[in-house]
Design a protein around this ligand. Structure first.
Ligand SMILES: [Zn+2]
Length: 127
């Protein structure tokens, strides 16, 4: 009996581990959303739909004593330039997954995929 339960627990632990791994993989490979939000300190500055932007466009997001230049090209969003000291946001390249937003720590800036109308607040009502 004791041996059986030990095996059962082992099996359960293995199953849980496999599930957790699968969840991680799913999250990591989560496709991007339609909308991209630009946030500072958790507050949304604006959002846009990369698919709506034709050709290549860049726009500057100013902040206290600095800026981030966001580039959109072929539906891809990335930080093309910034004057932050670590340049991590620039090195991160294009935004690809919901699980991995582009973050500029020195500028408190986050660029991430969001669900368009669902968490759009007033915007959603206006639609
Ligand atoms: Zn940065």
């Amino acid at each position: 009996m004791r041996r059986f339960s030990a095996r059962l627990w082992g099996l359960l632990a293995g199953l849980l581990f496999a599930l957790a791994l699968a969840a991680c993989l799913l999250l990591w490979n989560a496709p991007g959303g339609e909308w991209v939000a630009v946030e500072r300190d958790g507050k949304e500055l604006f959002r846009f739909r990369p698919a709506d932007i034709e050709g290549a466009q860049t726009f500057d997001v100013p902040c206290d004593g600095g800026y981030n230049t966001i580039a959109v090209e072929n539906g891809e969003v990335r930080v093309a330039a910034a004057d932050c000291p670590d340049q991590t946001c620039v090195k991160m390249g294009a935004l690809r997954s919901r699980a991995l937003p582009i973050v500029c720590l020195p500028h408190h800036l986050t660029i991430r995929f969001v669900d368009g109308a669902e968490d759009g607040g007033l915007d959603a009502v206006a639609r």
